[in-house]
Design a binder for this molecule. Structure first.
Ligand SMILES: *[C@@H]1O[C@H](CO)[C@@H](O)[C@H](O)[C@H]1NC(C)=O
Ligand SMILES: *[C@@H]1O[C@H](CO)[C@@H](O)[C@H](O)[C@H]1NC(C)=O
Ligand SMILES: *[C@@H]1O[C@H](CO)[C@@H](O)[C@H](O)[C@H]1NC(C)=O
Ligand SMILES: *[C@@H]1O[C@H](CO)[C@@H](O)[C@H](O)[C@H]1NC(C)=O
Ligand SMILES: *[C@@H]1O[C@H](CO)[C@@H](O)[C@H](O)[C@H]1NC(C)=O
Ligand SMILES: *[C@@H]1O[C@H](CO)[C@@H](O)[C@H](O)[C@H]1NC(C)=O
Length: 421
């Protein structure tokens, strides 16, 4: 968020800046920067980017909150990884311009943050409380917060009113906690929330009641990775553009699961247990560009499964158990450029799959780690390697398993003429 070149300040440079600024511009007087910290006085930078002092004591202090030592015009304060156990009363009373505070990697919890300590902060927009010991979301953060990070705490219980004080929240991160249930009403005031991450929680499908997202009418990115979902949660907002449900236990997709999701551009369902795709299950996803179905349990791809995916540019089907691909399954995907079929159980691929669109327009095709039967039926694919050298990923490493006399030989040393029946 702060450009990298701003970090170059050393103690010496900090002092030079401090003295320099003090001489040139006495109205920007500030107390001395604590020696463990880096302070950059805003006056020396473009005020549109950076209006006030930036103070970064990350990994440096190993001690209590530096009450009274923070310059009064500080707008950005980083006190992360300092083993801080509490935020004492009055900590922010003199730093009223604070816009962002980074408190990650301490040992804070709701009982160690004194009541009302954030009250003086009328401009705070960013607060990072990840990697602490919170067991619930505090109710007395400033109403002005827009980005809030609670990743890696010990939050077990969410109450329906937890976020009611924060109607301006745009990004909320609650990953790596112990959340099993999101109560209805939890997002009742979250009409501008656009990014939500609740990954790595023991959150099952039952824990996301229908209607819980009813008021989250601006949500565009939802990540529920490595939870305990067994199906697509119902009632997800139709505003979603990115939905990541990878590494769950989803085993079946039902028709209607994605109804209304015409704005979705990226759908990630990798590392689930999906074995069957019903015909037309994705038919509403007319703007989807990328689909991740890798590491599931698909055994065959049949016509109609991908109907409606007219904008799809990449599809990842690697790491399944696919044996059979029907001739026309990819026909609706007229913008497809990338397809990954690696690590499946494919012995052959019909010429028709390729000569139907959209295969002719592919720019990358991954087929490594399949038990290819290198007979005359697959000759066309080996010939294609010579025709379009860019198309296949590492063709010289593709191996034959059948017929026995070609076993373990790679396509790098075989010619199309070797593929015979
Ligand atoms: C920068 O901050 C000063 C004092 O806090 C204020 O007077 C000025 O308008 C601000 N400038 C911008 C561009 O926000
Ligand atoms: C503070 O400095 C650390 C490196 O020491 C950096 O990783 C971090 O992003 C900085 N904090 C902010 C808010 O810029
Ligand atoms: C915070 O949690 C860590 C890890 O569970 C624990 O070791 C530490 O004692 C806790 N700190 C406080 C202040 O409760
Ligand atoms: C997570 O919550 C459950 C109750 O829902 C509790 O039994 C368990 O101890 C919690 N685990 C941790 C690591 O806090
Ligand atoms: C496929 O590519 C060719 C040229 O490379 C282009 O003319 C044609 O329109 C493309 N077809 C589709 C369906 O995008
Ligand atoms: C091919 O490789 C497999 C596994 O490495 C081996 O078991 C098999 O004997 C090899 N076959 C031939 C014909 O070399």
């Amino acid at each position: 968020m702060i450009p990298r070149f701003l970090f170059v300040s050393t103690l010496a440079l900090g002092l030079v800046l401090l003295i320099g600024i003090n001489c040139q511009n006495p109205t920007h007087w500030s107390p001395v920067c604590p020696y463990e910290c880096i302070c950059i006085w805003g006056a020396s930078f473009d005020p549109k980017v950076y209006n006030g002092t930036y103070m970064n004591c990350s990994f440096r202090r190993r001690g209590p909150f530096p009450v009274g030592e923070v310059p009064e015009d500080t707008v950005i304060l980083d006190l992360s990884f300092n083993d801080m156990e509490e935020i004492p009363t009055g900590a922010f009373d003199k730093i009223l311009h604070l816009q962002g505070v980074w408190l990650l990697g301490n040992q804070l919890s709701e009982t160690k943050v004194s009541q009302g300590v954030f009250d003086p902060l009328k401009h705070l927009e960013i607060i990072d409380l990840s990697l602490n010991n919170f067991t619930r979301i505090p109710h007395d953060l400033p109403e002005t917060i827009k980005r809030c990070n609670f990743d890696t705490n010990k939050i077990t219980h969410l109450s329906s009113t937890d976020l009611h004080r924060y109607p301006l929240l745009e990004t909320l991160q609650l990953s790596n906690n112990n959340i099993t249930y999101i109560p209805v009403g939890f997002f009742a005031k979250q009409t501008v929330l656009s990014v939500l991450h609740i990954s790595s929680n023991p959150l099952a499908s039952m824990g996301i009641p229908n209607g819980v997202f009813k008021d989250a009418i601006s949500l565009t990115t939802l990540e529920l990775i490595s939870d305990k979902l067994t199906g697509i949660p119902s009632g997800l907002p139709e505003t979603l553009q990115t939905l990541d449900l990878s590494t769950n236990n989803i085993y079946h997709l039902y028709p209607g699961d994605f109804a209304g999701h015409s704005r979705l551009e990226r759908l990630e369902l990798s590392s689930n247990e999906i074995s069957v795709l019903d015909i037309g299950v994705f038919s509403s996803l007319i703007n989807l560009k990328s689909m991740g179905l890798a590491y599931n349990q698909l055994r065959y791809l049949s016509d109609g499964m991908f109907d409606g995916l007219v904008s799809l540019e990449s599809i990842f089907l690697n790491g399944n158990n696919i044996e059979i691909i029907s001739d026309n399954v990819f026909v609706p995907l007229r913008n497809l450029a990338t397809i990954d079929l690696g690590s499946n159980n494919l012995k052959t691929l019909q010429y028709e799959v390729y000569y139907n669109p959209p295969f002719k327009n592919l720019t990358s095709l991954f087929i490594l780690s399949n038990p290819w039967n290198c007979d005359c039926r697959l000759r066309w694919l080996r010939a294609l390697v010579d025709l379009k050298p860019y198309l296949l990923f590492l063709p010289e490493l593709v191996k034959c398993v059948q017929p026995p006399y070609l076993q373990n030989l790679t396509w790098g040393i075989l010619f199309p003429e070797d593929f015979v029946c």
